[in-house]
Ligand binder design. Structure first.
Ligand code: NAP
Length: 259
């Protein structure tokens, strides 16, 4: 029985756990950061909260005798991925990671690439606009520097305390969000610009497709460099099926070596 730790907080992590849960050759724990008040139900045991940096994660891997670490965190969760690479190297545990492919602009997309949140705020400009912020709760404060715009803000949990913005409307919701509903939402609030991350995947693409249909610009935060560029000990896979195939290969080869 091999012990697997999945670093999660994404659809892929849940899907991976669903696929591994019925297997008799592995036991799986899923780790969540604890950012959402009521996380989605998971098909395997869950542990919640930070590990205390790379050193804490390395200690966890050793104490729990983890055989394989899988980084299935969000593409913008750069710190935990860096920690995972460092901890896996320290604890000599193989590391598989999902590199969810980024969305690519297609004809009629009006994307404005920005490096970080202050640059996204600056890209809104000085003329009052109606802005849809589809960002994490912890990423919103920089927009307080631009109080002249109207903001529609959607997050999984309520934003508390609310932002110091005179014109803001809040929505809570958890993806997936479909294109038709997104288009309706944008039109109903007369949104004229969206600020988003290039998350990739289907669950949150609806707003991007809706923006294209409505001819709206999207201020898109650039991604961090791919995980494999940041550390050398990562076996990267593009999706859940690829991770499973790589995992099987790894389990077979370690069994053959009697590890
Ligand atoms: P982050 O900046 O990369 O990580 C900050 C710290 O949070 C880490 O150093 C670690 O604390 C803890 N942490 C993060 N993910 C963890 C996990 N799966 N299990 C245990 N501890 C974790 O991460 P973030 O961008 O705040 O994202 C937090 C979580 O939300 C991630 O699990 C990610 O998959 C999910 N998520 C993020 C986004 C996004 O846009 N960033 C979107 C959707 C979902 P210690 O150093 O104490 O170990």
């Amino acid at each position: 029985m091999k012990r697997i730790l999945i670093l999660g907080g994404t659809t892929e992590a849940r899907r991976l756990a669903e696929r591994l849960a019925p297997r008799a050759d592995v036991t799986v724990t899923l780790s969540l950061a604890g950012r959402t008040a009521a996380p989605a139900a998971q098909p395997v045991p869950v542990r919640i909260g930070g590990f205390g940096g790379a050193a804490g994660l390395a200690a966890f891997l050793e104490v729990q005798a983890i055989d394989v670490l899988i980084d299935a965190t969000h593409p913008y969760a750069a710190q935990i991925s860096k920690n995972a690479a460092e901890a896996a190297a320290r604890a000599r545990v193989p590391l598989l990671a999902i590199e969810r492919p980024a969305w690519e602009p297609v004809e009629a997309d009006r994307w404005i690439g920005v490096a970080d949140m202050p640059a996204a705020v600056a890209a809104l400009g000085g003329t009052p606009r109606r802005v849809f912020l589809a960002l994490g709760r912890n990423e919103l404060r920089p927009f307080e520097a631009a109080p002249g715009h109207f903001y529609l803000i959607r997050s999984v949990d309520p934003v508390t305390p609310p932002l110091a913005l005179p014109q803001a409307e809040y929505l809570t919701g958890r993806g997936p969000f479909d294109e038709a509903a997104e288009e309706k939402l944008l039109a109903a609030h007369r949104i004229d610009v969206i600020v988003a991350k290039n998350s990739g995947g289907a669950a949150t693409y609806g707003k991007i497709a809706a923006a294209r249909r409505l001819g709206l610009p999207v201020i898109m935060l650039r991604r961090a460099p791919p995980r494999t560029q940041v550390a050398g000990n990562i076996m990267a896979a593009g999706n859940v099926e690829e991770v499973l195939a790589r995992l099987d290969h790894l389990l077979t080869s370690t069994a053959a070596r009697g590890v």
